[in-house]
Design a protein around this ligand. Structure first.
Ligand code: ASP
Length: 448
């Protein structure tokens, strides 16, 4: 049994949906299908989810939401008309918007329920289309499927009991089409995962159904070993471990949501990334274990938008609880940290800049000065993290040397180095302005 998930670009238009139907038809093992909302048809297009967010935000500001609503309706209309389906769904979208906005919910729950309309409507459209071409398919709402999630709007987590419920889908004779991106809390409220979260639904469904494989259809033939907008025609990765993929998607590989690996990983279900526009291509397979090839490095990722909070104090290593008290101050401001490279008298805490508002920053700096009495404390901005990833690094001598040599040859100043405890990745902190040059020089060093 296979679970197939189709991303936003795969369901962006009627012609893409025809390809999706061909893929479903071509393999009777594809029993459960998970879909995103229509994404971009071309570079300057707008995703339906973004239109729906604009709608919700207009409502919250007390402004008219007619224009974003019309945009959503037009987008679905172009799909239903071309596929010669009834336009009942257009009416249902309008009714759903009015119903959600009239409910006595906090705004964040309303926004989630509005955001989910994209996936929900597309799943209905796809199942109607499959039926119209003679495929026995049915729409299945996540509540009915048993996807129960935590009460965290915009960043739901799956509840364990969901998996047992989902297993019952195996008894169904017809193909089920499930909208991705959302589930329901125990008290029945709709809550979405974080952005890009249809990948998470796909993984949850595959784990629940104990599928043999989770196929994730997107718009690239495979995962590239480096961002193709930074390096032209980079090498493709044929096989990756869950750990390697997790590290790469953490630092900027957007082809697969980093949280989506967990359910598949726990249930030991291989994940295959494939291209809707070239379904016969091999794709990239993500598994628990694989043979290490000649190259200990499988990929290089980079992500900017980080800051480093540096704290220095003489004899820090002797001061019991210093690190805990520092991290407590961050916790009190609801800031999670990414890495904490440290020395005997220094510690740096790497944080995503988006978490640090000016007000929070002021408060944190003040508390550190008062409570920890450091010799030095400052924030360094515009940092980029570059990750060199590969399970094989563990047993290979000289990987760090090769990387730092590439940096020094290209005049890139290293702000910090952090070798993960697992030795699956090596992290380099550099100035964001050097990101491209750094990634290109590492690519040359490891892949050319
Ligand atoms: N439609 C949602 C988003 O754009 C979820 C997804 O596509 O996976 O974030």
């Amino acid at each position: 049994m296979k679970v197939a998930k189709f991303g936003g670009s795969s369901v962006a238009s009627a012609s893409q949906l025809r390809k999706v139907a061909d893929i479903i038809k071509s393999d009777p093992d594809r029993r459960a299908v998970v879909v995103s909302a229509p994404g971009k048809r071309s570079g300057d297009d707008t995703k339906v989810t973004d239109m729906l967010i604009a709608l919700g935000e207009a409502y919250i500001r007390g402004e008219s939401y007619q224009i974003p609503l019309e945009n959503v309706i037009d987008r679905f209309k172009s799909i239903t008309q071309e596929l010669q389906l009834s336009d009942q769904i257009l009416l249902e979208i309008e009714q759903e918007v009015e119903l959600v906005l009239s409910k006595d919910y906090e705004n964040e729950f309303k926004i989630d329920a509005i955001k989910a309309i994209g996936e929900d409507s597309l799943a209905k459209v796809l199942s109607a289309y499959l039926q119209s071409i003679g495929i026995d398919a049915t729409y299945l709402n996540p509540k009915e499927a048993g996807i129960i999630v935590s009460d965290e709007p915009g960043s739901a987590q799956i509840e364990e009991e969901s998996f047992e419920q989902l297993y019952k889908i195996r008894e169904r004779k017809e193909i089920v089409v499930i909208p991705g991106f959302f589930g329901y809390t125990k008290d029945g409220k709709l809550v979405t995962f974080s952005r890009g979260g249809s990948d998470i639904t796909g993984s949850i469904v595959a784990a629940g159904l104990q599928a043999d494989i989770y196929e994730n259809f997107t718009d690239v033939d495979s995962v590239f070993c480096v961002n193709p907008t930074i390096v032209d025609n980079p090498k493709e990765i044929t096989a990756l471990t869950y750990k390697e993929m997790r590290e790469l998607s953490y630092a900027g590989f957007t082809v697969f949501h980093d949280e989506a690996l967990i359910p598949a990983f726990k249930a030991s279900i291989p994940v295959c990334i494939k291209n809707t526009n070239n379904p016969n291509g091999l794709g990239t397979i993500i598994v628990a274990q694989k043979e290490t090839g000649d190259n200990p490095v499988v990929g290089i990722a980079s992500d900017s938008g980080f800051v480093s909070l540096y704290v220095g104090k003489y004899l820090m290593n002797r001061e019991l609880g210093f690190g805990r008290r520092l991290l407590n101050i961050l916790e009190d401001e609801h800031i999670s940290f990414e890495h904490t490279p440290s020395g005997i008298d220094d510690i740096s805490v790497i944080i995503r800049e988006s978490q640090l508002t000016p007000a929070k920053e002021e408060k944190i700096m003040q508390r550190i000065k008062e409570e920890l009495k450091p010799d030095t404390v400052y924030i360094e901005r515009d940092l980029c993290l570059v990750m060199v990833v590969g399970e094989g690094m563990d047993s290979t001598v000289g990987v760090a040397h090769k990387a730092t040599e590439a940096f020094s040859k290209n005049g890139i100043n290293l702000e910090m180095i952090n070798q993960g405890s697992s030795e699956v990745s090596m992290m380099f902190g550099i100035k964001a302005a050097d990101e491209k040059k750094a990634v290109q020089s590492l690519y040359r060093a490891f892949f050319e």
